[in-house]
Design a protein around this ligand. Structure first.
Ligand code: ZN
Length: 144
């Protein structure tokens, strides 16, 4: 195992133990529920969007370490982004994480999301990683 894999595991475990932005927003402008029956992951996502900017975001629910840490990291990324920026980040991330394991990925614009690229070896787990993001897209498109 490469040392970077260990580092990434540590980041994922940290976000699982201490999820950021965990909770609910009673004054949310956008809300959605996501469910991954393959793993049992369940997420509720709350957003406050003002003038096309995500000013606050929280999530709650239960899930495996991968889905929970993915949701946690996602919330830290979404805050302060415009809807368009957020969608572009997910586009790049989705392309990267669904690509072949031996494909060289340009990690430049992935930022913190790079920690999940190891999951490409486990296709079932890819759904755990992308669930929070699909829930985000759902929330935005349902309520806009
Ligand atoms: Zn899962």
């Amino acid at each position: 195992m490469e040392s970077s894999d260990l580092l990434y595991q540590e980041i994922i475990l940290d976000h699982n133990r201490n999820p950021r932005n965990f909770g609910e927003l009673s004054n949310a402008t956008h809300k959605a529920v996501g469910h991954n029956p393959l793993c049992g992951d369940y997420i509720e996502l709350y957003l406050i969007v003002k003038d096309n900017v995500i000013v606050d975001v929280k999530f709650s629910g239960v899930g495996c370490a991968i889905s929970k840490s993915s949701a946690s990291i996602m919330t830290t990324i979404l805050k302060g982004k415009t809807i368009e920026e957020a969608k572009q980040i997910f586009n790049d991330f989705h392309t990267a994480i669904t690509s072949e394991i031996d494909k060289k990925i340009d990690t430049q614009n992935l930022g913190k999301l790079e920690v999940f690229l190891g999951v490409r070896e486990f296709p079932v787990r890819v759904k755990c990683v992308t669930l929070p993001w699909h829930t985000f897209i759902d929330a935005i498109e349902k309520n806009s």
